[in-house]
Ligand binder design. Structure first.
Ligand SMILES: NC(=O)CC[C@H](N)C(=O)O
Length: 240
């Protein structure tokens, strides 16, 4: 399959995402500069993490005006698969492709550490290689990961199984102590109603191969591949 990775000024996880799809899983990747107003021949689009426009004004608030975002919206409206990771999630919220907003972490600190998330909905194109309720260890790295939305919207996304990941303990308990940033209802990732746009704060690309000591994030990428009937292609001799 062919994956487009969007590059905004200030993106810093674009090459990591491209590396996982291309070098770890053997797929074709196109880097897309944010000024490109057209997308063609892509199966899925990644909005990667980073500090687009230096996080000025509000995270993702300037990037959402980049020319590429019109094309990303069109792609999503046609049913194309879009995944936003960390800053990518923030951009999807600002662009209105996902409901809600991202506030500053309650600690007011930038937090970079491994967290546990529970897969609340494994019947999605982004998570179907996970078990329902599976606990994944994936790192976070953000200052603005405190998800918030109004009670009516929250009720709607819960009822519609759009909450995909919740911060939890290693044993899978969703508790206030397991919530690293104050996120409403421990939300770490949500999907749109049509099931083709996912935003998540943890970074699966940082936990996608054994050399990193953690492969839990690989399940997200493998789910996307399987959604297209594609298998990973061994590109390197492991251990060579
Ligand atoms: N890793 C990232 O994508 C950083 C996210 C964002 N700029 C924040 O600090 O909240």
């Amino acid at each position: 399959m062919k994956i487009g990775v969007v590059v905004f000024p200030g993106s810093n996880c674009d090459h990591d995402c491209a590396y996982v799809f291309k070098d770890v899983l053997g797929q074709s990747v196109e880097m897309i500069w944010h000024k490109d107003a057209q997308l063609s021949g892509l199966d899925a689009v990644v909005l990667p993490g980073g500090f687009s426009y230096g996080d000025y004004l509000r995270t993702g608030a300037i990037a959402r005006f980049s020319p590429v975002m019109g094309a990303v919206k069109e792609f999503a409206n046609r049913g194309g698969l879009v995944i936003g990771i960390c800053n990518g999630f923030q951009i999807l919220l600002e662009a209105g492709l996902l409901p809600g907003v991202m506030l500053r972490n309650t600690s007011l600190n930038f937090i970079c550490k491994d967290v546990y998330v529970k897969v609340e909905n494994a019947a999605t194109r982004f998570t179907h290689r996970c078990e329902s309720g599976q606990v994944l260890k994936i790192p976070i790295a953000h200052a603005d990961g405190n998800y918030y939305t109004d009670p009516v919207t929250l009720g709607g996304i819960k009822a519609n199984a759009q909450v995909i990941f919740r911060y939890c303990t290693a044993e899978g308990k969703v508790t206030p102590a397991a919530n690293p940033n104050g996120s409403l209802d421990n939300i770490a990732g949500i999907m749109n109603a049509d099931g083709n746009v996912l935003g998540m704060m943890p970074h699966p690309e940082r936990s996608a191969e054994s050399v990193l000591g953690n492969e839990d994030g690989r399940l997200i990428f493998l789910s996307i591949l399987s959604a297209f009937g594609t298998s990973e292609v061994q590109t390197r001799l492991v251990g060579a």
